[in-house]
Ligand binder design. Structure first.
Ligand code: GLV
Length: 309
């Protein structure tokens, strides 16, 4: 079995050694743009070039090295007759849940204020948290969104979730589809975005959406930068509709140094780290799926290219 590893990683052997450990019989090659076709059976990819699919027409499946397949589905000649598979959880959901919980707790418990008070040598108690004042709404209820929603529900925040269809998750009120978006937003003060990026979710978080949240809203974006209309968030912050934003993903990464977000005290910026791809868990998952396919078994995580996730 031949596997092609296609990702711009300066140390691809960190991945290929692991693949080899999991699939000792495999012949593994690292893609480079001027290599001849190697008749690969499987490709493990992150942001692959279109040339890959012209040169390797006999692929049996393509595995994305991340949860989000937005870049992959843009490749015009991505094959439609074989499974294209995204990463499912692989240690990312718990990281997202802790990233989001950290910020929701920190903001609702005034941790920044206590830091400032410490700097001023002040011992001053804030009002205890009233959880009903911090209703949380999670956009997207995939592996990651569900884990985030369940984690916050476990901390007894009121939690709603919005997705294309209804989900039964303990402690989470589920809203579905366009028709229920208003109802969801009206219940939400802390908006958390975990949606996949598709044509129907791009630019979803705009001024109109932000205006429908509860007052003094908080926005946490761990989905993709393109979900959020940056200037609309700036405006909502200036108007006082949104009081805090925690942004881990951006339209352009690294975020250009001239971007207004950098200098806004209401905005927390992290460099796309809310859920790192964990090599061991990732390769274990992909290798397990390759082994299943080789035995003719069905696998999960196959995307619908037209739907975009
Ligand atoms: C990271 O952003 C991913 O899609 O896994």
């Amino acid at each position: 079995m031949k596997i092609l590893f296609v990702a711009a990683d300066p140390k691809p052997e960190r991945w290929t050694n692991l693949i080899q450990q999991h699939l000792p019989e495999a012949q593994i090659q690292v893609w480079h743009s001027d290599m001849p076709s190697c008749n690969a059976d499987y490709a493990i990819v992150w942001h692959p070039p279109a040339a890959l699919f012209d040169r390797e027409p006999q692929l049996k499946a393509v595995f994305n090295l991340g949860a989000g397949v937005d870049a992959l589905v843009q490749v015009p000649n991505l094959p439609r007759n074989i499974p294209v598979v995204r990463l499912e959880d692989a240690g990312m959901a718990v990281q997202m849940a802790e990233y989001v919980a950290y910020h929701v707790i920190g903001i609702s418990r005034d941790m920044d204020v206590y830091r400032e008070q410490q700097a001023a040598g002040q011992w001053k108690l804030r009002r205890p948290i009233e959880r009903s004042e911090w209703p949380v709404g999670v956009l997207g209820l995939g592996h990651i969104g569900q884990r985030v929603a369940r984690t916050l529900a476990g901390l007894e925040y009121p939690v709603c979730g919005w997705a294309r269809s209804t989900y039964a998750i303990d402690g989470v009120r589920s809203f579905a589809g366009e028709a229920e978006l208003d109802g969801f937003l009206g219940e939400t003060r802390v908006l958390i975005n975990t949606l996949p990026l598709t044509d129907s979710t791009r630019d979803l978080i705009d001024h109109s959406l932000l205006s429908r949240l509860r007052p003094d809203a908080v926005v946490i974006n761990v989905g993709r930068g393109e979900h959020l209309v940056d200037q609309d968030l700036c405006r909502a912050i200036e108007e006082g509709r949104v009081s805090r934003a925690v942004l881990d993903v951006f339209r352009e990464e690294p975020l250009p140094t001239t971007h207004p977000f950098w200098s806004m005290p209401q905005v927390n910026i992290t460099p796309h780290v809310s859920a790192r791809t964990l090599r061991e868990a990732t390769i274990a998952q992909i290798a397990g799926k390759i082994a299943s396919l080789e035995q003719g078994q069905a696998i999960s995580g196959v995307i619908d290219i037209d739907r975009g996730y």
